[in-house]
Design a protein around this ligand. Structure first.
Ligand code: BMA
Length: 316
């Protein structure tokens, strides 16, 4: 057991959480949360969301040698486009970036908010110095897009979460030949009635490849008289056909417990946009606490996979 991590649950929290707060950011922001994280050239790159004082969000970047101690770049990484096609759809902010490593390129999927709703923007970087917007890849309203690292039958695949008035918000899959045009959509996982995720679910970290399947770490929300509680759960998708769900774990893997998860900008939230599978078979999970700070912890990939296989609930 690594003494830097502690806890009785399946996810052990880093003892020195939170790992990043607004005090670490060299430009004015009110929050630091919901970050995507990847390993790149022997370091960890974090793209995190921050609220500005007008209530709209931008995306900053932090770097780390060990995935625990991060330093923030002096300038934000992605702010709402000021002109051109994207400006109309990013007017209210850019949020919740995922960094998807797909065939050697880093594809960033982020929520683009505007008076027309929320849709997903796709941007690309190879070096985290230059970033290029490619397309808006969903209509409104849709959030939480993560792209699988590999193609299936020649097609890219993504998990996403469209919104609907007549059913709880669920996890879907869709496919694309070019990352721009998507279709073949199918529902994969629905919230379970009177369950920790009964209100809504959505993809969290980009799927991690394991021997037994793609590990999908997602968020689930339960409504209470005191507001919603955001927790994390896991599901396993078949390696050669991610539309086949091998198992959705019945139990959550992480819930708000530390003071900075229970209290903050939005109470009772743990929300992930990124996780890294380490060579020692631990999954380092990164999550926003109460939409205010960034935290991390780790879990054994084998235990997470077992939870999906041995304690499943119906996906739909
Ligand atoms: C969701 C998103 C997340 C946020 C969560 C809790 O709808 O807006 O970015 O972390 O709510 O506020």
């Amino acid at each position: 057991m690594n003494e830097a991590f502690t806890g009785t649950g399946i996810v052990k929290r880093y003892r020195k959480n939170p790992i990043l707060t607004k005090a670490d950011v060299p430009y004015p922001v009110e929050t630091v949360h919901n970050a995507g994280v990847v390993r790149f050239e022997n370091r960890y790159i974090m793209l995190f969301r921050s609220h500005l004082r007008n209530g709209r969000s931008i995306i900053g970047m932090a770097e780390s040698q060990d995935g625990l101690n991060f330093s923030v770049r002096s300038q934000p990484f992605l702010v709402p486009a000021q002109k051109g096609f994207f400006a109309e759809y990013e007017e209210f902010g850019v949020e919740d970036p995922r960094i998807n490593l797909v065939e050697g390129e880093f594809l960033i999927t982020y929520s683009a908010y505007s008076r027309h709703g929320v849709r997903i923007g796709l941007a690309r970087t190879r070096d985290f110095e230059n970033v290029e917007r490619i397309a808006l890849i969903t209509q409104p309203d849709c959030r939480n897009v993560v792209i699988f690292p590999e193609k299936f039958n020649g097609l890219y695949a993504r998990l996403d979460r469209p919104h609907s008035q007549i059913t709880p918000w669920s996890i879907w899959i869709s496919y694309s030949p070019d990352l721009i045009h998507w279709g073949g959509s199918r529902i994969l996982i629905k919230p379970a009635p009177y369950h920790w995720d009964e209100m809504k679910i959505g993809p969290g970290a980009p799927p991690l490849k394991t021997e037994k399947g793609w590990l999908n770490i997602f968020h689930g929300v339960f409504p209470t008289m005191d507001g919603a509680i955001y927790r994390l759960g896991v599901a396993l998708h078949q390696l050669d056909d991610p539309a086949r769900v091998i198992g959705v774990a019945d139990e959550w893997i992480l819930q708000p417990e530390d003071p900075w998860e229970v209290t903050g900008y939005v109470h009772n939230v743990v929300f992930t946009c990124g996780a890294v599978l380490e060579p020692d078979r631990m999954v380092r999970i990164y999550w926003g606490g109460a939409d205010s700070v960034m935290c991390t912890g780790q879990a054994s990939v084998d235990e997470l996979v077992e939870l999906c296989v041995n304690k499943p609930r119906p996906p739909l």
